[in-house]
Design a protein around this ligand. Structure first.
Ligand SMILES: Cc1ncc(C[n+]2csc(CCOP(=O)(O)OP(=O)(O)O)c2C)c(N)n1
Ligand SMILES: [Mg+2]
Length: 1008
């Protein structure tokens, strides 16, 4: 029996055009296979078949207009049970169930009778203890519970008590922070299996070589800079990871991903030197990269592509990018593209760095998405560049509250093992009290001023505390170490972090900036920039870490590397062998993605006829086609920060689903509609919500998956073009450094094209921002065929040939007709310009007209007017990329200058325009400097017009007139240019000004 398949609920749309019919009679299709594609002026969407079966007849053709209920096809042998029915059934079943749950919940709310109780007046403790005996009774009870049933039971009881206080009406959260002591008590610490003596010796050598590298570079040339103090504070944090936790990528395991704090790079080089991965010559060339064999100042994959993975020295980027990296790793696993090997992402951050909005801006996502593959290590050395991070407070406590509040597992590593006996001995509670009350400014001073100072100013505050340390020498007190310098404490914290499930972990490790540097830089405000140690300081440093160098060698700032057979080198290499190989190391074994067949874009090369559409629609159509290509479909990662509907992409929700790690726990409000909001654990769309920085971080994670996961992916991040580069330029710069491959799409682009939105929305300069990034290729296409050619080439170059470039394309929301692709223009489209049309009537004279994006259409219209009304011929050039033309021009010019006396080569601009007649007029929807970029490469009069100035809200026609880029202005300016060049009399321009009501006294839009 044949069943009719009709158009489902498509929301508010009526009479929607069918632009593709994807089945024919006789086809056997599966459930959810697309039958037709519908396109309104705002979006295009496939209609999937609700049934499997054989198509017996087609009831529609391309160009038909359909609405909800219109029959599309007849299908035979269809499954009988309809999806719709089962949905209704489910809905009916759900209602009584829901009711039951609500009833049960209601029963648990005990309604207390509202009796008027006499008003009581309570004592206000104000932090002091108003009844110490009662307090002691409570503490004794708690101690009894801990010793009988353990601390979990005690916590349970405490939680119950807190719940009771809430019921009684106390809605003040008790605390977000715990006392200023280690989260893991000594008895629960997992002990490191490492040989501590050898590990200390290795660490000391790394410390020495790292410092020596910076000092040597600065001896050679004080311009070079570098940091000693940061790595000195973090050495143990890195070493424990390197010796015991971080598993490298190899043929059996995908590898942990470590985001190294940028300016601790010297420590990573120093270790790699001991491992034999870097030579002494390279160390000698730290920060001297120009002649090759140097080492980059910070982690820059662009400069050291086999070594560094994550360029995060711009503070704040590491946090957010690693969160999205952890999220993307789970995305790949949930989509079945990556094996779940329990790989971890570790991120090293500075405590000062946590002030960056990007550092804390995405921590909610990490806990919401249960990123237990993510471990943050925040090196709390209490200092940033100029001074203390929180002199009057405690950064560790502040961060604990923030992270715990966001749902993270927080592990504080504040005190080293030497404090354990003191803490155990102190029954008065005064030690913890003192620890709690001191502020970071004091803690910094304690470590700068020696043991006697600490005795006096820390312990000395309370006589009982002074007594506690009375048998200790000043030297012993000085040795009381901080958690982040204690390998046992660090090991225990890392071990606990590795075992945490269902939450991300942050380790807050207290350290000393410039640890071991003594007077020259330990815990003092100038530590951060200390890069020149005097001889005395160097000798101190050598002795402090027992480096086997003679005084003379120290004065020469020599590196020290023990022999290959030494215990240290053997141990170091063995540990890395056990952990699978080298870290950091950057490799890629990703298979290329075969470029799609040209057929997939064939439709886009044809004229759209009467049909008007925007380039955004063209792009969405092409993406829809790509989702039908077997090689490409699963690799596409559409990324959108809450603008899918603006870009007409809501069809993707139903088709490929929105990624949601917990699937969809609710029936979406629009579930009856075709493009309903479908969240899915295997969903493909990354619907990021309103976070451009987050979306960009996802794009970078996906675009570098070829190296971090050995998977070539195709990220396409569509954003409101104004909120792209302008908002997240630092990420874009880092993306280039990381060699990210993928497409950035600036949608609703163009200062006069977005129209109604106004000043803060209308983009007239994103292309110039894009042009600053050396490996970013950008285009502002006008017509569907241009976009199709560019997209194909992008896929080929980035994902088939695996070139380390990325594309920025602007697409617009203006609907217009698209012509058929002119012959032989593909190369020109890609190079940046081609001849679109010649107006040759052997007129009075000739002019060259250049345009791009929507303004090319104004140029074409102007050319027609010039031809018809003024008998002026023109060549109309579509300039798909002034940026690409500039790159080519600059390159050729340089080549020619460096080859004096030889026959000069010609730039593409010159090849196009060199022999053409007449002056040049260029216009775009961007500021003039965009088109001005090619001015130096043409030896002809050149005039450019653009949208310099702030945007404003109005209709397109008015805006183009205001910014002087509409056809009328272009005609007028063209006539004026021709008169200035003495090719026609000035009267024509004057007449045009009158005709088009152009006021010569109207101020230029930049000053309005
Ligand atoms: C976005 C940004 N702003 C400023 C800097 C310059 N800078 C480099 S290190 C530093 C201080 C870092 O302090 P902290 O995060 O506490 O790291 P520490 O060196 O103490 O480990 C600053 C301001 C930068 N790298 N990035
Ligand atoms: Mg710091």
């Amino acid at each position: 029996m044949a069943t009719e398949i009709s158009v489902p609920d498509i929301g508010d749309f009526e009479s929607i055009e069918i632009i593709e019919v994807l089945v024919k009679p006789g086809d056997v299709i599966n459930k959810n296979d697309p039958i037709v594609t519908l396109e309104s002026d705002k979006s295009s969407v496939e209609v999937p078949s609700p049934l499997a079966g054989k198509i017996s007849s087609l009831k529609v053709k391309i160009g038909d207009k359909v609405s909800k209920g219109s029959v599309l096809v007849l299908i035979e042998d269809a499954e009988t049970k309809s999806e719709q029915k089962s949905k209704e059934q489910k809905k009916e079943d759900m209602l009584p169930e829901t009711e039951k749950i609500i009833k049960q919940a209601e029963q648990t709310i005990v309604q207390k009778p509202k009796t008027e109780s006499p008003k009581k007046v309570y004592a206000r403790p104000n932090g002091s203890d108003i009844d110490p005996i009662e307090t002691k009774e409570w503490i004794d009870s708690l101690d009894a519970v801990i010793s009988k049933d353990g601390s979990d039971r005690a916590h349970y009881l405490l939680k119950k008590l807190i719940d009771e206080t809430y019921k009684e009406g106390s809605h003040r959260p008790l605390t977000r922070i715990t006392p200023y002591i280690n989260t893991i008590p000594p008895e629960s610490e997992i002990k490191s299996p490492g040989d501590q003596n050898i590990e200390r010796r290795i660490r000391s050598l790394i410390r020495w070589n790292a410092a020596a590298m910076v000092i040597k570079a600065n001896k050679k040339n004080p311009e070079l800079g570098g940091h000693i103090g940061t790595f000195a504070s973090a050495a143990t944090l890195y070493d424990v990871g390197m010796n015991h936790f971080w598993r490298a990528k190899n043929n059996k395991f995908g590898g942990d991903l470590i985001y190294f704090q940028g300016h601790s790079a010297p420590g990573m080089y120093a270790r790699a030197f001991l491992e034999g991965r870097l030579t002494e010559k390279q160390l000698n060339n730290f920060r001297q990269e120009v002649d090759g064999e140097g080492l980059s100042s910070y982690p820059h994959p662009w400069l050291m592509p086999k070594f560094w993975q994550f360029p995060i020295v711009s503070m704040g980027l590491g946090s957010i990018m690693s969160i999205y990296q952890a999220r993307f790793t789970k995305y790949l696993i949930n989509r079945g593209l990556l094996k779940d090997e329990d790989r971890k992402i570790w991120t090293f951050l500075g405590d000062g760095e946590m002030d960056e909005p990007e550092s804390l801006g995405a921590i909610g996502l990490a806990s919401r998405e249960k990123l237990d593959n993510l471990i943050f290590v925040i090196n709390c050395n209490l200092q940033r560049l100029d001074g203390p991070v929180r002199g009057n407070g405690k950064i560790i406590q502040e961060l604990e509250g923030i992270f715990r509040g966001a749902g993270w597992n927080v592990i504080k590593v504040i005190w080293g093992s030497y404090w354990d006996p003191l803490l155990a001995k102190d029954k008065s509670g005064l030690l913890i009290k003192r620890m709690n009350e001191c502020v970071d400014g004091e803690y910094q001073a304690f470590k700068a001023k020696g043991g006697a100072y600490v005795r006096e100013n820390f312990f000395g505050k309370y006589s009982k505390l002074k007594e506690l340390v009375s048998t200790m020498t000043d030297g012993d007190i000085w040795k009381l170490n901080r958690g982040g310098h204690d390998p046992h404490k660090v090991y225990a914290a890392y071990d606990a972090a590795m075992k945490t499930k269902g939450q991300p972990t942050v380790i807050l490790a207290k350290t000393i900036k410039g640890y071991g540097m003594g007077k020259s830089g330990e815990s003092i405000n100038i530590t951060h920039q200390q890069k020149k140690l005097g001889e005395e300081d160097l000798l101190y440093y050598r002795d402090r870490f027992d480096i086997p160098l003679t005084d003379k060698q120290v004065k020469n700032v020599e590196f020290y590397k023990p022999g290959e057979k030494s215990e240290e080198i053997k141990y170091l290499k063995e540990r890395r062998m056990m952990l699978g190989g080298n870290i950091p190391e950057r490799t890629s074994y990703a298979k290329p993605i075969k470029k799609p067949s040209k057929d997939i874009f064939k439709n886009m090369l044809k004229s759209s006829g009467e049909h008007k559409m925007s380039t955004t629609m063209t792009l969405v159509r092409m993406l829809t086609s790509l989702l039908r290509d077997q090689n490409i479909a699963s690799k596409l990662v559409p990324i959108i920060p809450d603008e899918a509907r603006t870009f007409g992409m809501e069809g993707f929700f139903q088709k490929i689903g929105i990624y949601a790690h917990e699937g969809q726990k609710y029936e979406p409000v629009d579930s009856e509609q075709l493009s309903f909001y479908r969240e899915d654990k295997k969903g493909q769309v990354l619907e990021e919500g309103i976070t451009e920085a987050g979306a960009m971080s996802s794009w970078i994670a996906a675009g570098t998956a070829y190296t971090n996961h050995d998977l070539e992916m195709i990220p396409i991040y569509l954003f409101y073009s104004m909120f792209g580069f302008q908002r997240i330029m630092d990420f874009a710069w880092s993306a280039g450094d990381a060699q990210t491959r993928g497409f950035l799409i600036g949608a609703t682009a163009g200062r006069t094209t977005l129209a109604g939105e106004g000043l803060q929305h209308q983009d007239g300069h994103s292309h110039l921002l894009a042009s600053a990034i050396p490996n970013c290729i950008s285009y502002d296409p006008t017509f569907s065929y241009e976009l199709a050619i560019i997209l194909q080439e992008g896929l080929r170059r980035m994902h088939d040939k695996q070139e380390n470039i990325f594309y920025y394309l602007t697409v617009m929301n203006e609907n217009y007709q698209h012509p058929q692709m002119p012959k032989d223009c593909e190369k020109g489209i890609l190079k940046g310009m081609y001849l679109f049309k010649e107006f040759n009537k052997k007129g009075k004279t000739k002019i060259q007209l250049l345009g791009c994006g929507t303004i090319l259409r104004e140029i074409i219209a102007a050319a027609e007017i010039l031809s018809k009304e003024y008998n002026i011929d023109s060549d109309v050039w579509s300039v798909t990329s002034f940026n690409e033309l500039r790159k080519d021009g600059m390159n050729i010019e340089r080549k020619n200058l460096l080859n004096p006396g030889t026959k000069p080569e010609k730039s593409h601009v010159e090849k196009c325009l060199g022999k053409r007649e007449g002056p040049i007029v260029a216009a775009s929807d961007y500021i003039r400097s965009y088109s001005d970029q090619i001015r130096p490469y043409i030896s002809k009069p050149f005039y450019s017009f653009g949208t310099d100035g702030y945007g404003r809200s109005d209709g397109r026609k008015k805006l183009r007139n205001f910014f002087e880029v509409d056809k009328e202005y272009i005609v007028t300016y063209a006539l004026s240019v021709l008169s200035k060049e003495q090719l026609i009399p000035s009267k024509y321009a004057k007449e045009a000004m009158k005709k088009y009501k152009i006021d010569k006294n109207k101020p230029i839009p930049t000053v309005l």
